[in-house]
Ligand binder design. Sequence first.
Ligand code: SAH
Ligand code: SF4
Ligand code: F3S
Length: 469
Amino acid sequence: MTKTVYIKTVGCQMNVLDSEMVIADLKRHGYQVVDTPREADLLLYNTCSIREQAEEKTYSALGKLRDTKANNPDKKIGVLGCMAQKDQEVIFRRAPFVDMIVGPGQLHSLPEMISKVDAGEGRQMAVSMGRKDGKQSLVARSHETFDPLRDPAMRPTPFQAYLRIQIGCDKFCTYCVVPNTRGPEQGRAPSEIISEARILAEQGCLEITLLGQTVNSYRHRSDEGETDLAALLEQLHEIDGIRRLKFVTSYPKDMSRRLLETVRDLPKCSPYLHVPAQSGSDEVLKRMKRGYTVAEYMEMFERIEDVIPNAAVSSDFIVGFCGETDEDFQKSVALVERCRFKNSFIFQYSVRGGTKAAERLEDDVPREVKAARNHELLEVQNRVSKEHHLKMIGSTVEVLVEGPSKKSKNADPDAPAVQMTGRTHCDRIVVFDGNRRQAGQVLDVHIDEVTSNTLIGRVRQVEVVSIGL
Ligand code: SAH
Ligand code: SF4
Ligand code: F3S
């Protein structure tokens, strides 16, 4: 009998990709995906620990399953991802009805764990070693990348896919749990990455986004020598069918001129770089242990402007980090004004257990001040984004069409015209009136109107390329 699985994913692109892999694996073990927990034999929660709020949401979702499990003891519940690695048995304590806890470095063991639970062997836990639990090589080995066969059905669109090139992180920013939850930085072998990219291209994928926490630090050594991100992009660029290559997230200190020149010279590489600054104040950056000063970030930024003049650069900022004064905060505002980022993700600092900041620094910025700074920085960023977009009115951009926009997701499937959405090569969101058949095409769109995060236009030219041609 076919079994059914429901999966809820929160967190970053890594988690979205992990969920795609888990589902591909479970389908090979006879599972079928359903949309609600009610219909499912197996309920999976792929979790995130980056901020307290993300964890609390998961614990509250789990709390709601108490009665479900009591009434349907055969339903199995699994907690996967970063919170599984960080909290481990704590999850069993807070939600005793959970059957399985699986860290992101142990996802391959899920089918076996399910069999054990089914066989009555009791609840199961598979997590990787902590950073200080043993020799570095053993710790690294216990965090295994999980990249079995792909499942196009799980992707947001069939034309776009994430591809992991690096796992873990060794930067140890003082506020961040990722080096603990995802383990040591490890680059995947180029041969594996290339063969996965070929499969994606054969499946009709037009855009690949390479993933890594500090993706531009990617390095892989073998007997043949060392491969860095620039060399990898050159190889990926050769694959027929792929039209766009992106990579996230970049670390400011590792943004070499050679990488930028490669992005400039390879037409499939999107002129889009996500390089989080986190703060515009040297004192704060030092306490965050980001490893650069504002002047060094600016040097890197100017290098981008110099090599790829039209590049779109986006950032992340944390507001209200330990000891951040009004003056420090205004320096983040000034940095947004100076760099005129395409967009910025802004987060209020959240203390995370197991980090240096939690151990050594005081979370002394009041909640209301964090909220006010978040609001102010977002307003400045939105103004900057809108000013840039206004200049794009009247221009024509090349859009990879993703599908109906949010507004028209539920529109009549037979309606002749629906609002469609897609992205430019620079990762800007574009909406236009079109039809569903345009999904997966690359179209020229003339921009008529803009908001701070969207370009609104109309199609100039019929079909440039369509999938399968
Ligand atoms: N590896 C990426 C991003 C990882 S997490 C990088 O280094 O840029 C994504 C974003 O979450 C970070 O860029 C940071 O802005 C934010 N973040 C991480 N830890 C946080 C914390 N404890 N509180 C608030 N925001 C946090
Ligand atoms: Fe976290 Fe810093 Fe690593 Fe990014 S670079 S994942 S913020 S420790
Ligand atoms: Fe969250 Fe883990 Fe990603 S903590 S942001 S899911 S790496």
